[in-house]
Design a protein around this ligand. Structure first.
Ligand code: 5GP
Length: 173
């Protein structure tokens, strides 16, 4: 346990919630073939755990966007690299680590919709209570969390803390 962090979501709660989310996703996409698209780097651990619980044929792809510098949003979303497979006519599930202002998600939805998927759903491990008007676009939410800067379970602070098995917030933040 890191002394400077408050645990917001325990490792156990994350794993339980992932099993529930995976069951819902499996039911919703029953009989279809899914392309699961992870947003790097933050979603890599969540996606790895989630897809191992979804018992149906699926393909995985990744893209990478950035908008944060030194734990602060620059307000501008930049595509660092895009997916490698076409998604036209496919059922796509976008996997995010966290939705904060919603800027990244809006950008990604616009971007992916230009590729003409048959359907496009969104699953985010965390949804921050910032008042962003985008909740209705997130089909699966792991946990609603307070408006604090969080790390762990894929999320970083200046490149560190991603490997923690829980989600924590810096004490006093
Ligand atoms: P948004 O565009 O919704 O404001 O922010 C989404 C992206 O910002 C996330 O994918 C994540 O990379 C980063 N982000 C937002 N809030 C946090 C946070 O509390 N902790 C960390 N580590 N990253 C965050």
């Amino acid at each position: 346990m890191e002394k400077n962090l408050d645990v917001l979501v325990s490792a156990e709660d994350i794993q339980k919630r992932i099993a529930t989310l995976a069951r819902q996703i499996q039911q919703d996409f029953s009989g279809r073939q899914l392309v699961v698209v992870g947003v790097l780097k933050g979603a890599f651990i969540f996606m790895a755990d989630l897809v191992r619980h979804i018992k149906m044929p699926l393909a995985c792809d990744f893209l990478r966007v950035s908008s944060y510098e030194k734990d602060q949003s620059t307000g501008v979303v930049r595509m660092d690299f895009d997916m490698t497979q076409p998604i036209a006519g496919k059922d796509v599930l976008l996997i995010e680590d966290i939705v904060d202002s919603g800027r990244t998600l809006s950008y990604l939805l616009k971007h992916l919709e230009t590729k003409k998927p048959a359907s496009l759903k969104v699953c985010s491990l965390l949804y921050k209570e910032t008042g962003a008007q985008i909740k209705n676009r997130v089909d699966y939410i792991g946990f609603d969390i307070p408006n604090r800067y969080v790390v762990g379970y894929g999320l970083d602070s200046e490149g560190l803390y991603r490997s923690l098995p829980y989600v924590g917030a810096f004490k006093g933040s």
